[in-house]
Design a protein around this ligand. Sequence first.
Ligand SMILES: [Zn+2]
Length: 397
Amino acid sequence: MEFAPLVEPGPPLSEAERRRYARHTRLAEIGDLGQRRLAAARVLVVGAGGLGSPALTYLAAAGVGTIGVIDDDVVETSNLHRQPLHSDADVGRPKVDSAADRLREVNPHVVVRTHPRRFSAEGAEELLTAYDLVVDGADNFAARYLVTDACALAGVPHVWASINAFAGQLSVWWAGRGPCYRCVFPEAPPPGSVASCAETGVIGALPGVMGALQAAEAVKLITGAGRPAVGRIILHDALEGTWGEVPVRSRADCPLCGVSPTITEVRSGEEPPPVPLVSVTELRTRLGHEAADREVVLDVREAEELAEGRIEPSVHVPLGALVAGDAADLVDRWRAEGASVVAYCRSGVRSAHAAAYLLSVGVGRVASLGGGILAWDDEVDRHEPVVPAGRTAVGQE
Ligand SMILES: [Zn+2]
C-alpha cells in the first residue's frame, strides 16, 4: 500500500543543499519537494548501536533536518565490529556524544538532538510529540515494547528491525494504518527466554544491511515514495544470501491498537509489578489443605491457551477481561468473602498484572504464581495429582 508523504515540505533548498542532494532530487519519487520534506522531517532513532549506526548515518547524509538519538550506553571495544558510527578513540564516551560528533561531520546541515538516557515510560509521550517517526534500533525487549506502545499511542510510524546471528527482520508498524508490533507479538517473552546478540553473536555487516534498510524506509515514509513495509515483515538470511517476506495483519483483539485495548498509556515495560508471589510447591500445599475451599485459583490466560493444561479447580478470566471489569461480580464476592486469590498465567507476567489489579480494587489477599503453569507443570506434575483434603477425587473411595 502507498501512503501520503508524512511531512510537509520545508522552505526552498539553498544552492549548497541543491548540490549536496542532487542524486536524490534527480529521482522522480523524491525530487526537490521530497528533499524539502526530508529537511523538515524530525526522526528519533532509539539506540546508537548496531542498527543505529547505519540508520543515523544515512538519515543524516540524506538531509533529514532534525535527528534525535536516544541511548544511555557508552562505547565499548566489543561494539566496534558492527557499530562503525563510533571509532576506537570513542571507547568510554557516551554513544550519543560520539554519534552526534560523527553525524555533524557527515552533514553539517542537519540538527542532532541528543537524549543521553534510556527510552523509558516517563516522558515518552512528550518526547514523541517532537518527532514525526521513530527508527527503532533497541537491543532489548523492554525498550522495544516501550517504543511500540509509545509510537502506537502517538500514531507515529515505527520503523523496526531485529537481528540475530545471521538473520534480520524489518517492518514498519503503524497503528491505525496497519498492524502494530503487538498485533503480531502481543507480549514480551519472559526475561531470559530469548538469547541476545551478546550471547549468540552477530555478523557485523548484518546490522549494517538492516539499519540502512530502516533509513530507506524512513525516507520513503517522509517523502511518500513507493510502498513502505507496512503489513509485512521483510526477512533476510545473510548466511544463505536470501530475502523473503511474510504478510502480517492488524488484529481486532490487539491489546494496543485493537477495538478494546488494554494498553492505554505507556507503562514501564514488561517487568511484572511487585506483588506477593507464591511458589508452585506452596500452592500445591495450600490446595491440599483443609482450608482449600477458601482458596481461589484464577487463570488469566487467553481461552486458546487452556488446552496447554490447567490447574484444577480454577476460575478462568483472561487478564484483559479482568481489568476491563468484566468479572466485577466475581471480584466483589472475593472482596466480600475475604477470599485468598492466586492468579496464574503461562509464565507469571500477566498473573502479576492481574494480582496488582485485584489489590488495587481492594481484594485483600492476592498473590501471583511464580513461573506460571510452566513451573507448575515442571514441579507439580512430577508428583501425584492434587486432591484437597476433605474432597474426593473422581474414581477414588
Ligand atoms: Zn496492534
